[in-house]
Design a protein around this ligand. Structure first.
Ligand code: MRU
Length: 380
């Protein structure tokens, strides 16, 4: 379905009403604004693999909601609870094969699998138990959508405060990389959510976004969002970032994350690492915006984060036309890992984590456990 983007209040990568999921085809942006129906896990798998939907939180939410839609359609067909458990487990397994780097997907899959196992224990192993399990699964998947929006707003508020504090009363200029906005999340965005919040507070002088070679999420998607939101913004090539910092007085760099290890080493879109190096050289604060679902405490540091390698044609071709010399070899990692040492702060929905007393890394295990305690206390 084609929609006029100017009619949309905020851009939505994922449109969901119970039983119906539509995904904005981000490969067609900014020329075309088209939503495709997604009714099965296989269709979600294809949309994620082909990057029609992308961005760490959006990938995880799409996987969960697509399975919720598919499971609702199959609700009456299960003759036993265990048949429904096997169905959900197999589909979650499949969705986990779609893309390797963003941990949000695996966090969601692990959590949903555990939820299915725990919930099924209290249900009878018959058709009624199967229906109850499917209904519970749908509720759980839907909760992810609402939580992501709330988390992003919190990240926006904490990040804006951290960036504005050293600026006194002045307005600030921020640089971001890749796309971390409404198109990469359920809405609002993470790093772009921080920029959005600074703008809402009337304190944004200007935003700069990199084009983010080779897939151009910055030029195609972030630029599209910034224009749509009326945020004063300028596009630069990735290779202009260091000179921008030197010549334009940038107050902060804010980026998203696909996976943050326990010490704060952060996998994010290729090019993030060199931005962090340039920021350190120029004394520009460098912040990572990441919901807790992007933190992978099972990895001590970033050395074993799997890095997706993308097709050579993304470098050699533009709009289907070969631009690189025939015969040249190509290396196209989709992500890099920025060492914690170069990161000034990590902004989650529970606050900003800084390094303690001259440490080179962050204590994210402590932050996560504190956050979980806060959530538990609030529930009681
Ligand atoms: O390959 P993509 O477009 O999925 O990569 C997206 C990024 O690297 C984002 O910066 C990251 O997922 C954070 S999104 C809030």
């Amino acid at each position: 379905m084609t929609t006029n983007p100017s009619e949309a209040r905020t851009l939505e990568a994922i449109k969901y009403h119970r039983g119906k999921l539509e995904l904005l085809d981000q490969k067609r942006l900014p020329q075309e604004f088209v939503y495709d129906a997604c009714t099965t896990s296989e269709e979600a798998f294809d949309a994620i693999r082909a990057m029609r939907v992308r961005g760490a939180p959006a990938i995880a939410i799409t996987a969960a909601l697509a399975l919720a839609v598919e499971a609702s359609q199959r609700r009456e067909t299960f003759s036993s609870r265990d048949e429904a458990v096997r169905f959900l487990a197999a589909k979650l397994e499949l969705l986990g094969e779609s893309r390797p780097t963003a941990v949000n997907l695996f966090e969601a899959i692990g959590r949903l699998k555990a939820y299915v196992s725990a919930t099924s224990l209290n249900l009878a192993d018959d058709a009624q138990g199967a229906r109850a399990l499917i209904d519970a699964f749908v509720n759980e998947a839907e909760a992810m959508l609402a939580k992501d929006v709330a988390d992003n707003r919190a990240i926006g508020a904490f990040g804006a405060e951290a960036l504005l504090e050293p600026a006194g009363k002045g307005n600030i200029r921020l640089l971001t990389h890749c796309n971390t906005g409404s198109l990469a999340t359920a809405a609002y965005g993470t790093a772009l959510g921080i920029i959005r919040r600074v703008q809402e507070l009337g304190r944004l002088d200007h935003a700069f976004c990199t084009e983010t070679r080779p897939y151009n999420q910055g030029a195609r998607l972030t630029a599209f969002e910034l224009v749509h939101e009326g945020i004063p913004a300028t596009l630069i090539t990735d290779s202009m970032a260091a000179f921008l910092m030197k010549s334009r007085g940038i107050h902060g760099v804010v980026v998203g994350a696909d996976r943050v290890a326990a010490n704060g080493d952060t996998a994010n879109k290729i090019g993030t690492y060199q931005l962090a190096i340039a920021a350190r050289y120029h004394g520009v604060p460098f912040f990572v915006a990441a919901p807790l679902t992007s933190i992978d405490l099972s990895m001590e540091d970033g050395s074993s984060i799997p890095i997706e390698e993308r097709p050579a044609s993304e470098l050699t071709d533009m709009n289907g036309v070969r631009i690189a010399a025939p015969g040249i070899g190509v290396w196209n990692p989709g992500f890099d890992v920025t060492p914690a040492e170069l990161i000034g702060g990590i902004v989650t929905e529970h606050g900003v984590v800084y390094k303690e007393g001259g440490a080179s890394g962050f204590d994210l295990a402590a932050h996560v456990s504190q956050a979980r305690d806060t959530v538990k206390t609030k529930k009681h």
